[in-house]
Design a protein around this ligand. Structure first.
Ligand code: GLN
Length: 491
């Protein structure tokens, strides 16, 4: 079925004119109709618009456009509900935006369109990207395609589930503390968080501006390299995007990793690490050695402070970023006798409990008297965490870790315990604090009673070291078959 293909498989068939973009798009739409009642990866989608875009792609193909010029020509791609797509609703998984329609395209979305992608559908997420399970969405929860009683991870749970369930060929998500890599691991797909500054955030609704990056979910590493090449690059509309040339990331996929040096951080061998995750990652490390890489233990001494540091900095920035949702400028409004009452009623009714918790936390750590004790101190620890990585990268080419401590947990299992929920990000948040890049890819399955659940391997790369990181991920992937497994979704 066409919806099961990778980007490279689909574009090869489109180029040979064996299939049309309309057929590929229809196949994805059919799969959404077939399984999304169960999975609920999508908040909304517009089938007629998707097919119209597909017809445009078919016309371009008929008049000689190539995938060398437009690498995603005819490929259906869906996006997380936090990215602006002109003319489409933008809700960020929240009620507070009401019926807001984006007046313009985010740069990453514009780049997808220029590359020929069919941009269809809004993917479910934790409200304003705050969460690790997609249970904090005002639009209901998303289920893990491998086991419908479990969460898909978060906050980009819809983006991961849509790829795992073959409802889209690839998707975009965002990663502030792990929101691409963690759901990719739990749903058995490939998810990449680029280096801070690699991808423009223009048109992305900000959560924590010093941490947020846009990245992709795909079915294999080659597709991930293709997507990264499309969305990367400097953008004058986002001053944090870096004017560094965009290499051909697919050219880095040589299949060879002989002589590369990989580091295993000893601080990641924590008590909460599940035995099956540990066994799968150990086996992956052996496989990487068999492929010719050398492996050594490294130390990232400030790892134990990463979660605490993140949960000060991210809420602080969120409290400032979310001040704009006041009932005056965008979306929903609950009237009041005066502006202050209007603000508080709108925000009281519009935001969900986790977002309120973050705003309260963030406002507190920034308040006078506590600012130095919490926020400033967290910034100093953040610098130490970045230095840990830069020092380690003098010794090794990339760092290998589990993506998550355990496989997907049950729906509701951690929703009453925010601290437990926050701890599901222990292996992913340091990467954002340090501003480096990271990718998660499938490295095995749990074998316990019940459904087989995917396990993710995380490869962390140097700042702007995506090529080497992808080279390693690809060589490992091509020597295994984990990425080819598909969930059996009841419908
Ligand atoms: N789970 C983390 C949080 O709740 C990370 C979220 C993200 O990366 N957007 O903040």
């Amino acid at each position: 079925m066409l919806n099961q293909l990778t980007i490279s498989e689909l574009t090869a068939r489109l180029a040979r004119r064996e299939v049309s973009a309309r057929e590929a798009t229809q196949a994805c739409l059919n799969q959404v109709a077939r399984v999304d009642g169960q999975i609920h990866a999508f908040i909304s989608h517009d089938a007629a618009d998707a097919l119209a875009q597909a017809d445009g792609a078919d016309q371009a193909l008929a008049t000689g456009a190539t995938h060398a010029q437009r690498p995603l020509l005819g490929v259906p791609v869906a996006v997380k509900d936090v990215l602006a797509v002109k003319g489409q609703p933008l809700n960020c998984g929240s009620k507070i935006l009401g019926g807001f329609i984006s007046p313009y395209d985010a740069t990453a979305v514009e780049k997808l369109k220029v590359a020929g992608a069919i941009v269809f559908g809004r993917l479910n997420m934790d409200e304003f990207a705050m969460g690790s399970s997609t249970e904090n969405s005002a639009f209901g929860l998303t289920r893990n395609p491998w086991d419908l009683t479990r969460i898909p991870g978060g906050s980009s749970g819809g983006s991961a589930a849509a790829v795992a369930a073959d409802e889209a060929i690839a998707t975009l998500g965002t990663d502030t503390g792990g929101s691409i890599r963690q759901p990719a691991a739990l749903c058995g797909c490939v998810g990449l968080k680029p280096t801070y500054g690699r991808v423009s955030r223009y048109g992305l609704v900000a959560f924590a501006s010093s941490l947020d990056q846009i990245g992709s979910f795909t079915k294999d590493v080659r597709d991930c390299a293709t997507m990264l090449g499309v969305i990367s690059g400097h953008d004058p509309r986002d001053s944090t995007s870096v004017a560094q040339p965009v290499p051909d990331y697919t050219a880095a996929l040589t299949g060879q990793i002989k002589g590369l040096r990989l580091g295993l951080p000893k601080e990641y061998m924590i008590d909460g690490l599940g035995p099956e995750v540990k066994a799968a990652v150990d086996a992956a490390v052996k496989q990487l050695q068999t492929l010719g890489a050398s492996v050594e233990e490294i130390s990232l001494p400030h790892t134990e402070y990463a979660a605490a540091t993140y949960y000060i900095i991210a809420p602080a920035e969120a409290s400032a970023n979310l001040a704009r949702f006041d009932g005056i400028r965008y979306g929903a409004r609950v009237d009041g006798a005066d502006p202050l009452e209007l603000y508080s009623r709108t925000r009281g009714a519009g935001f969900g409990p986790e977002v309120k918790r973050r705003i309260i936390l963030g406002t507190y750590v920034l308040s006078s008297g506590y600012h130095d004790a919490y926020y400033v101190r967290a910034q100093k620890v953040r610098t130490l965490i970045r230095q840990d990585f830069l020092k380690a990268f003098e010794q090794v080419d990339a760092i290998i870790t589990p993506t998550t401590p355990t496989a997907a947990f049950k729906i509701g299992e951690k929703s009453d315990d925010p601290l437990q929920m926050y701890l599901s990000d222990v292996f992913t948040i340091s990467c954002n604090l340090a501003g480096i890049c990271g990718v998660s890819l499938p490295c095995g399955f749990t074998s316990g009673a019940g459904a087989r659940l995917p396990i993710g391997l995380q490869v962390l790369g140097k700042p702007f070291g995506e090529e080497t990181m992808l080279q390693i991920a690809h060589a490992y992937e091509q020597s295994t078959s984990w990425h080819r497994a598909k969930p059996a979704i009841p419908h």
